[in-house]
Design a protein around this ligand. Structure first.
Ligand SMILES: C[S@@+](CC[C@H](N)C(=O)[O-])C[C@H]1O[C@@H](n2cnc3c(N)ncnc32)[C@H](O)[C@@H]1O
Length: 274
């Protein structure tokens, strides 16, 4: 388990030779020194000193110390049930039942922290999704499964190329926040119907074309994984894009009045990390 003192600046990454237009984020010594001041070890959690800080460590140790019923929104992006290497840590694919049991422990540990009105999003691929549904339905109200197009990676010779991932939309109860207007999707109008007075019906006319803001569906085709030419890119192998996280936050939280939590975050924005 890494401690804050043992966290090393990733010199291998910074020293990597990159193409001139590669904008991958790296840390230098002064970044690391200033970022460390925002970090908190799980065992340092007292009262409300964790608000606005990044808890760095094993998320299970942090969950034990955080106050009950404080979280309005939780985005869980746990290791998927496949082989992956994150920094120095390796995760192996395990039998589905074993992964489902691990998720039960995870969901059971987070549940006491959630307000009765909280929303939980849980990320996974097609295989982890089966376990997520089984385990999450024992703890939460499952409302939907969003599938997003993840167009990256190699094709397979004897299988269909995997080009999608899921995020399960769950709530603690039937009372929860959902700001539909904040996540409507702008589409070009194909049939520009007008009202009898000649005004556009449900669409707007602009000098860039005619658009309609439609209700967001559970099929997202407007997300990409961060590519090396994007300034948000890091070396983390399973990094989610800022737009992906932004959509979840816009839909399920109200500005200025909530505490959010991301226990399995990206390396450059650590909340809890083993
Ligand atoms: C799917 S990745 C998360 C990717 C991240 N959300 C992003 O957008 O870059 C899962 C992460 O969980 C971390 N992890 C695994 N077990 C953990 C634990 N017990 N506590 C905290 N983090 C853990 C892994 O090191 C890995 O970085």
């Amino acid at each position: 388990m890494a401690t804050l003192d043992s966290l090393q600046i990733n010199r291998t990454h910074s020293a990597k030779k990159r193409a001139p237009r590669n904008r991958t984020l790296t840390t230098n010594t002064s970044d690391a020194v200033s970022l460390r001041t925002r970090l908190l070890r799980p065992q340092e959690i007292h009262g409300e000193n964790w608000v606005g800080r990044t808890i760095c460590g094993n998320c299970f140790e942090a969950f034990e110390r955080l106050p009950a019923q404080t979280v309005d929104m939780l985005i869980l992006d746990p290791p998927y049930n496949l082989y992956k290497k994150f920094g120095g840590q390796e995760f192996l694919r395990v039998p589905v039942e074993q992964y489902t049991d691990w998720l039960r422990i995870l969901f059971g540990a987070t549940k006491p922290l959630l307000k009765p009105t909280a929303t939980v999003y849980i990320c996974g691929d097609w295989l982890s999704s089966a376990s997520i549904f089984t385990a999450a339905s024992e703890f939460f109200e499952i409302r939907n499964r969003i599938t997003w197009e993840r167009e990256k990676g190699r094709g397979a010779l004897s299988n269909w190329k995997n080009s999608s991932e899921d995020v399960w939309f769950c709530t603690v109860s039937n009372t929860y926040t959902f700001n539909v207007d904040a996540v409507k999707v702008r589409r070009r109008v194909i049939a520009p119907y007008r009202q009898t007075n000649g005004q556009p019906k449900d669409w707007v006319q602009t000098d860039k074309g005619n658009f309609r803001d439609t209700h967001p569906s559970n099929l997202w085709t407007d997300i990409t994984v961060p590519f090396w030419s994007m300034p948000e890119n890091t070396d983390h192998p399973t990094q989610k894009s800022e737009k992906f996280i932004a959509k979840l936050i816009l839909a399920s939280s109200d500005p200025g009045k909530e505490y959010g939590s991301r226990p399995f975050p990206r390396q450059r924005d650590i909340v809890c990390r083993s």
